[in-house]
Design a protein around this ligand. Structure first.
Ligand SMILES: Nc1ncnc2c1ncn2[C@@H]1O[C@H](COP(=O)(O)OP(=O)(O)OP(=O)(O)O)[C@@H](O)[C@H]1O
Ligand SMILES: [Mg+2]
Length: 275
């Protein structure tokens, strides 16, 4: 397989389009978790990043959100070099994310959890409570309304006042997405949003991802659930041992002998692999 889909398409677009990575590497001691990756994630698409356990997917998301400093290489968003910037700069630039292990505040309601995701955009929460000026009250009201809209968008409108610790796991996975959306990301990076979900819940996540993409959010999906990945992705990047193994459409990737071999090595064909 060529690497045509994303990179050649990028060549025909403005050089500063999308989320661009060049020569990106991350080492932990002697472990090369991500090795010399270069790609362009064009906007308006659903991109998936797949690969066997330990392939470097979460490490890559941590690099793309400024959580880790790269050992080498550069990261640019719409032509702006973000390399070396802290995570809050990546977030403010428009890169949001969810976590493989849920990052939910279990002592808060669903609505409050979503409002915490909005702190970069507006001053929600503590300050309006302390200084009850009319402008700040309005800001708080707007925050709540927007958070409620996002809960409805992910199908949790009825759970707004529910305490997070009383919500089922499938709902928490969607709450995590709503909280990430509260930061109004241009790119939303999802680390295994369907892990642990049943087929119906996974299908709901697929619908949600498609609606996000149709609404203009570029989705970067890390997932082991191949039914979800193959059904929803415009473009798939396959990693193995931190390197790019293959790249292309679902059909291109599915039929790539190197991909099949990597997954057979992990005792499952891509179509059969599941979280
Ligand atoms: N903070 C860290 N310190 C040391 N090694 C790490 C660290 N994070 C990841 N690694 C190693 O880097 C490699 C890639 O790990 P990573 O978590 O990125 O894989 P992954 O593709 O997300 O796997 P999975 O599908 O199991 O979530 C693994 O060998 C892992 O042990
Ligand atoms: Mg991972």
């Amino acid at each position: 397989m060529t690497t045509a889909h994303a990179t050649a398409a990028g060549a025909t677009q403005a050089a500063d389009d999308g989320l661009r990575v060049q020569g990106l590497s991350k080492e932990f001691g002697g472990i090369h978790a991500v090795q010399d990756l270069s790609f362009l994630l064009r906007e308006g698409m659903v991109h998936s990043i797949i690969g066997p356990n330990g392939a470097g997917k979460t490490t890559l998301l941590n690099l793309l959100t400024g959580v880790y400093l790269p050992s080498a290489g550069r990261i640019g968003l719409r032509g702006r070099d973000l390399t070396g910037q802290p995570a809050h700069v990546f977030a403010a630039a428009g890169i949001g994310r969810t976590f493989q292990n849920l990052q939910i505040f279990f002592n808060m309601s669903a609505l409050e959890n979503v409002m915490t995701g909005r702190h970069l955009r507006e001053r929600c929460g503590l300050l309006p409570t302390l200084l009850r000026t009319s402008q700040l009250r309005r800001t708080e009201r707007d925050c709540r309304e927007r958070a409620l809209e996002l809960l409805k968008f992910v199908g949790l409108g009825a759970h707004a006042e529910s305490s997070a610790d009383a919500m089922p796991y499938g709902a928490l996975k969607r709450l995590e997405i709503a909280r990430a959306l509260a930061g109004e990301p241009k790119f939303l990076l999802l680390d295994e949003p369907a892990a642990g979900l049943n087929p119906t819940e996974s299908a709901d996540i697929a619908v949600l991802i498609r609606r996000l993409a149709d609404g203009g959010t570029t989705v970067v999906l890390v997932e082991h659930n191949m039914r979800l990945v193959m059904g929803v992705s415009d473009h798939i990047l396959v990693l193995d041992y931190g390197r790019r193994l293959a790249e292309g459409t679902a059909d291109q990737v599915r039929n790539d002998p190197r991909v099949i071999e990597a997954y057979l090595g992990a005792a499952a064909q891509p179509e059969q692999a599941n979280a």
